[in-house]
Design a protein around this ligand. Structure first.
Ligand code: MLT
Length: 328
């Protein structure tokens, strides 16, 4: 029996699964000071979402009992993987569980952008009937550039193709045959992706390499019209990670009309600062990092992470270990 602490909440089904397998589950969140003062040292495993920050200092204060960190979700940017590996702690995530939910949110943002859904709603609430100003464009016949071509991007690409879009991607780690099988044009250079696409959607991790990859200079390369010459403007969506889109550059591009609409689910600072200039721009709309926030995804995330943590504790093979390459 292991002592498992869940700090950022988890579905009841998942908690029950852990208990049914004989584990002692504590549901408790901790302050930064408590985390730094070794409050995790009595547990064998911890399950977090994005709120609990497992920094080097926190991990070094846990002692030797903690064996597994479970991230109930995909992104592990709130966990210091080097520190966990040095402390011989296995880090597992739930990489598949939220794919469909993020695909659907991305498509929702794309559609909302080009049909001015948020802008129309804001106007209606102020008593405005701006029918003429809300003329949009179709996705059909336009080119969509996907930055990163993992499971979520491939799902977005399939829906976009079904809606008549031409799909392009930039992913330096992708075997070309994967793009070919998905009838997607793979670009070797990110700038050519921007030159070829009127709509860009971000689907990569945040790393030193991808920080501010979507910036003012690149947005300036976008064509603003479809292959057939229809002026549809340029559109940016990011439901992946804050910091990949340079928000200052995006604001400037919106101000200058280089970008016609931008939709972000993720921000450089979260929760987003109410002073963020994007929030007052009419051609911007956003959501508070809700890509995985569906009943279905949260249920799958909980069950997947509970299973991965239990298997890891039992020394079984787990596919979703994210720091195996760092463990000595
Ligand atoms: C994830 O990485 O799983 C998603 O961005 C959801 C989240 O962090 O809450």
């Amino acid at each position: 029996m292991a002592k498992i602490v869940v700090t950022d909440g988890m579905s009841n089904d998942a908690v029950n699964l852990l208990k049914k397998n004989g584990h002692e589950v504590t549901l408790q969140s901790f302050s930064k000071d408590e985390l730094l003062n070794g409050c995790l040292s009595k547990f064998d495993a911890i399950i977090v979402r994005s709120a609990t920050k497992l920094t080097k200092e926190v991990i070094e204060s846990t002692g030797s009992k903690l064996k597994v960190i479970g991230r109930a979700g995909v992104g592990v940017d709130n966990i210091d993987l080097d520190a966990a590996s040095n402390a011989k702690i296995t880090v597992v995530n739930a990489p598949l569980a939220s794919t469909q939910s993020v695909v659907e949110l991305t498509i929702a943002h794309l559609l909302s952008s080009i049909r001015h859904l948020s802008k129309s709603d804001r106007g209606l609430r102020l008593g405005k009937w701006e029918k003429k100003a809300m003329v949009g464009t179709e996705l059909s016949g336009k080119s969509l550039g996907l930055i990163g071509f993992g499971r979520i991007a491939q799902g977005v690409g399939m829906v976009a193709q079904a809606m008549g879009m031409e799909v392009h991607t930039y992913d330096p780690y992708l075997p070309p045959k994967v793009a070919k099988n998905q009838s997607t044009r793979l670009h070797k250079d990110v700038d050519t992706l921007f030159k070829s696409c009127t709509h860009i959607s971000v689907h990569c991790n945040l790393t030193d390499e991808t920080h501010h990859l979507v910036n003012y200079e690149r947005m300036k390369l976008m064509p603003g019209k479809s292959r057939l010459g229809l002026k549809c403007g340029n559109h940016i969506v990011n439901c992946a990670r804050g910091g990949i889109v340079d928000e200052e550059g995006l604001f400037q591009a919106l101000e200058e009309g280089i970008i016609s609409s931008a939709a972000l689910d993720v921000f450089e600072q979260e929760p987003v600062d109410s002073e963020n200039k994007l929030l007052s721009h009419p051609d911007f709309h956003g959501t508070p990092h809700i890509g995985a926030a569906t009943i279905e995804a949260q249920s799958r995330v909980g069950l997947d992470i509970a299973k991965n943590v239990m298997d890891s504790l039992a020394g079984k093979t787990v596919k979703a270990i994210v720091n195996s390459h760092l463990m000595k």
